[in-house]
Design a protein around this ligand. Sequence first.
Ligand code: PGA
Length: 255
Amino acid sequence: MLVIVKNNYDSLSLEAAKVVADRLKKKPNLVLGLATGSTPLGLYKELIRMHKYEGLDFSKVTTFNLDEYVSLPPSHDQSYHYFMQNNFFDNINVDPRYIHVPQGMAKDVTQFCDWYEERIKSFGGIDVQVLGIGANGHIAFNEPGSSLGSRTRIKTLTSTTREANRRFFKNDETVPKYAITMGVGTIMNAKELLLVASGNDKADAIKSAVEGPLTAMCPASIIQMHKEAFVIVDKEAGSKLEGTYVDTWETIIFD
Ligand code: PGA
């Protein structure tokens, strides 16, 4: 695990974007795992800038998103389909046929989840998976208590997560109760992980994930078991870490 502590949100976004761009240049048909949430927005903005001004080419890329709310249509402005389309896909040259976001409207959710797992495998697995982290230590919608070996499935959102997401919805009633999410095991199969976190309210979660015990109560702590994981945080999110960490990835070898 390589933990990188940056001065602020902009420099953490740039750092994360440099990793993705580097992998994409080395493998034009990169299989890129993507996350929603406010934290990866800066990373997406930087990748869009690199596409527009530096010719970063996404034409052969395949994407798989981590999660989606159940029963929100893709046209709903709080669906993750909508988020990804607006904040990323519409602004790069990715082929729409190779974009995958879980289908929250699927009639048979279990069948869909099995298909999603198979689809990831059929592309040779995810090369780089972008991840946020919840203040409660969740990754994707794998809430505390999720099996560390879990695969793509439907999950009930915790009250903490629904509370955190309430700001995006008109009232309590409309905050979805369920989501389809890649499992912790699915995420761990990605060849590289790129977890980004910003701000004081993530400091406890980052401390538990990076330096705490490996536990299903902090699903993000599984990252300690990954062979090639980047954790890129700003000073605030890294403020409770006790170890000594680096400030760039470019010259570093994993240990
Ligand atoms: P955030 O969400 O980036 O909006 O804080 C992260 C998450 O809950 O995974």
